[in-house]
Write a protein that binds this ligand. Structure first.
Ligand SMILES: [Zn+2]
Length: 187
């Protein structure tokens, strides 16, 4: 914990060294994209994308799970998504899964359909292939996200784009899903 405290204390100096003008951050909030990912500490969106303060609007959850839209019972996650889509008007949402995900792994070991925790209708490919399950898991979250009315509307007028990414913790490579190839390929 002391390491984190020490780093927080010298943050302003580090920001200045990287030419981050903290004062200008108070003037507007226009992130380049929303980034939805697992809370796993080994996955660091800002490190992967070299994002600076103001660049990424993040939603980190258990396994990167996105709850189905429910107008009657909004969740913290759904409020975050609605805010990004309707208030911040982000042009892109990146849903990023990752290798060695404890949540996907646990679901497979328990022989549970990952969809059971994702709330999706389709069954996960329980082939024992963790990578394939991880890829499928990302696409399942994208499906859930597409069901949000605000997202559906903006997809229809093409003002919003959904991106499925998969980051390999051990190699550092990031893949993107290409619908035409039905495959995750290197960015
Ligand atoms: Zn994870």
């Amino acid at each position: 914990m002391q390491y984190l405290i020490d780093q927080a204390r010298v943050f302003r100096a580090r920001a200045a060294a990287h030419a981050v003008h903290l004062g200008s951050l108070a003037e507007s909030h226009k992130p380049r994209a929303m980034f939805v990912a697992c809370s796993d500490a080994r996955l660091v969106p800002a490190l992967i994308t070299a994002a600076r303060p103001g660049d990424l609007f993040e939603l980190r959850t258990y396994g990167g799970l996105i709850p189905p839209y429910d107008a009657e019972e909004p969740t913290g996650e759904s409020r975050t998504i609605e805010y990004a889509v309707t208030k911040l008007n982000v042009s892109d949402i990146i849903v990023c899964g990752h290798s060695h995900c404890d949540v996907v792994s646990a679901a497979m070991q328990d022989n549970l359909a990952v969809s059971g925790v994702a709330g999706a209708e389709e069954e996960a490919p329980l082939t024992g292939d963790l990578t394939a399950a991880g890829h499928w898991h990302v696409l399942a979250q994208l499906d859930v996200l597409s069901g949000y009315p605000s997202v559906t509307a903006r997809l229809a007028d093409r003002s919003l784009h959904l991106n499925a990414w998969f980051h390999e913790l051990d190699t550092g490579a990031t893949l993107q899903y290409h619908p035409r190839a039905s495959a995750f390929l290197p960015l």
